[in-house]
Design a protein around this ligand. Structure first.
Ligand SMILES: C[S@@+](CC[C@H](N)C(=O)[O-])C[C@H]1O[C@@H](n2cnc3c(N)ncnc32)[C@H](O)[C@@H]1O
Length: 230
């Protein structure tokens, strides 16, 4: 029987605190945010800012050192760009840049004060307990045409017994407006939405072993919320 951890215990887990994980991805290059997310972040932002008027708000969940965010702020160099990075650990890189703020704490309890044009999570959900809950909340933080993109390994979203929900999850995800790219293990949605996935979070397993990135990761256990308990 797998011992499932609550959020507090998971945050203290050596798998989440793992020093070997890459927290310092830049924005561009073969291992950068652009490639991981499948979008040219600078182009997206400069195009929107060029339309004039409104500032562009980017929220990056599990941002690590925030290196990519600071790089983006320097490249775009426009006071209309506001970036928020959230991470459990305050290893944030410097020097600070106007328009970039870092928030230390778990994404599960992050409460935004505004909506965002872009919400990203690069290789962060692998360490989060309630991955589906975070995705659902993040989709509700988008502007009407905002974009959410995150790396998500569906092999890590499992039943109480530890079996991946697989297609029984991709169906509801699609119905809720998410596209899932199984080759790149990436989930995406466009436009704010209220998401209610039919899964009930049970807890996290930090002993699941390495995932496709080669690093030890966290399995998230869910029950089918449409089935009566007991
Ligand atoms: C593999 S690193 C990726 C960091 C960054 N996105 C990058 O690509 O450079 C995963 C990050 O997720 C953070 N993290 C893990 N669980 C978290 C949680 N529940 N809330 C916020 N951050 C979390 C870790 O502290 C770590 O910095």
């Amino acid at each position: 029987m797998v011992r499932l951890l609550d959020n507090e215990s998971l945050e203290r887990s050596s798998v989440v605190a793992n020093r070997a994980m890459n927290r310092e991805r830049g924005l561009t290059g073969s291992n950068g945010y652009g490639r991981e997310l499948g979008i040219d972040v600078v182009d997206l932002i400069t195009d929107r800012l060029a339309r004039g008027g409104e500032p562009f708000h980017w929220l990056d969940l599990c941002c690590g050192t925030g290196t990519a965010l600071l790089e983006c702020a320097r490249l775009v160099d426009d006071p209309g760009l506001r970036i928020t990075g959230v991470d459990l650990v305050d290893f944030f890189a410097g020097p600070p840049h106007a328009g970039v703020e870092f928030v230390t704490g778990p994404v599960e309890s992050f409460v935004p004060r505004r909506s965002f044009d872009l919400v990203t999570c690069v290789h962060g959900l692998h360490y989060v307990g309630d991955k589906l809950g975070v995705l659902a909340r993040a989709a509700s933080w988008l502007t009407a045409d905002g974009v959410l993109v995150a790396n998500l390994d569906l092999a890590a979203v499992v039943s109480a017994e530890g079996r991946p929900w697989g297609r029984r999850l991709t169906g509801p995800l699609r119905a809720a407006g998410f596209d899932y790219d199984s080759r790149r293990r990436r989930v995406r949605c466009v436009g704010r939405r209220q998401v209610d996935l039919p899964f009930h979070y049970l807890g996290a397993d930090d002993q699941a072993g390495p995932n496709y990135t080669g690093q030890p990761a966290v399995n998230s256990h869910y029950a089918d919320a449409t089935r009566p308990v007991g």
